[in-house]
Design a binder for this molecule. Structure first.
Ligand code: SD4
Length: 295
């Protein structure tokens, strides 16, 4: 064991999630356990309105969750359009470890989760129910930059053995169409890693991240020699160029975080307001503002 561990995750809620991940990494534990346990903190927080319990519902009042997880052997698991289960990340891990598949969706994902012993819960809190009822009065669908639509937690970790894992979990865009799946459960879009190179993860408007295979491209740029920060910036520039005349541009926000095998990390977003939490041995757990292209 010779590598200095590090964990990075998206947004303010990353600080508490990193603390949990660090308990594992600092004791020589593995990155896969660290990222799963880390993002479970955010999933379980009913006050967080974009992940797990307490996430904003879709247009019909259903909370539907997306998540994926990936390890250093390129094993991966995902669930999408999953209802009634508070910890989709752990269901995703079970898909990875207990099935011949990578992704289960909707009813099938729920059935699998129940078979695995997960409990069915009501994920709509009094607060999100009230917000939904207020939203219903106008039923206006327009994503809001950096606010409720853009608070997925993505986490990347490097452990003492030099292995990388990543996790991504979200309730997706608030007031989305029933059945809509974003980038977050899609390996290559919301999350990607290659243990020879590094890892990347996304937050923001999932449609734009899927169109550009965002996280996979960030990892590929790092393979070609870019630093994590440079790679994130180049993909955000590409997303901007592809979308500058697109109808989504008005409310487009995307942000990426990346981590390489040497423990170097970085992030970049299209618009201001994106931050990420980083924890390592030297500087402890802190929030950093990502550089961005436009205000
Ligand atoms: C999605 N990417 O479902 C997610 C939303 C998000 O931060 O990232 N919020 O499109």
């Amino acid at each position: 064991k010779s590598v200095k561990p590090i964990v990075i995750s998206t947004w303010n809620h990353g600080v508490a999630a990193n603390d949990e991940a660090w308990k594992i990494l600092s004791k020589g534990g593995n990155a896969l356990d660290a990222v799963e346990q880390g993002v479970r903190v955010t999933e379980a927080d009913p006050k967080n309105q974009s992940v797990g319990i307490g996430g904003f519902p879709d247009r019909e009042g259903n909370v539907t969750l997306d998540a994926c997880i990936m390890d250093h052997n390129s094993n991966c698991g995902a669930v999408s359009f999953l209802q009634h289960i508070k910890h989709p990340i752990s269901v995703a891990r079970k898909v990875m470890e207990e099935t011949p598949h990578v992704m289960l969706t909707g009813q099938g994902a729920l059935q699998f989760a129940l078979d695995q012993g997960f409990e069915k819960e009501n994920l709509l809190t009094p607060e999100t129910k009230k917000a939904y009822e207020e939203w219903l009065q106008k039923s206006n669908y327009k994503p809001v930059i950096n606010i409720e639509n853009h608070d997925t937690i993505s986490m990347l970790a490097l452990d003492e053995d030099g292995n990388i894992s990543g996790a991504c979990t979200t309730s997706g865009a608030a007031w989305k169409m029933h059945g809509r799946v974003g980038d977050s459960p899609i390996i290559g879009a919301g999350l990607f890693l290659d243990n020879e190179v590094g890892a990347a993860a996304a937050t923001g408007l999932g449609e734009a991240v899927i169109r550009t295979a965002g996280s996979a491209m960030v990892v590929e740029l790092m393979r070609q020699g870019k630093s994590p920060a440079e790679a994130c910036k180049e993909i955000v520039e590409r997303i901007y160029n592809k979308h500058k005349n697109h109808k989504d541009m008005e409310y487009l926000q995307v942000g990426f975080i990346a981590l390489n095998k040497n423990g170097e990390y970085g992030g970049y977003s299209l618009r201001s307001g994106f931050n990420y939490a980083v924890n390592d041995i030297e500087k402890g757990n802190r929030l950093e503002d990502a550089p961005f292209k436009m205000a």
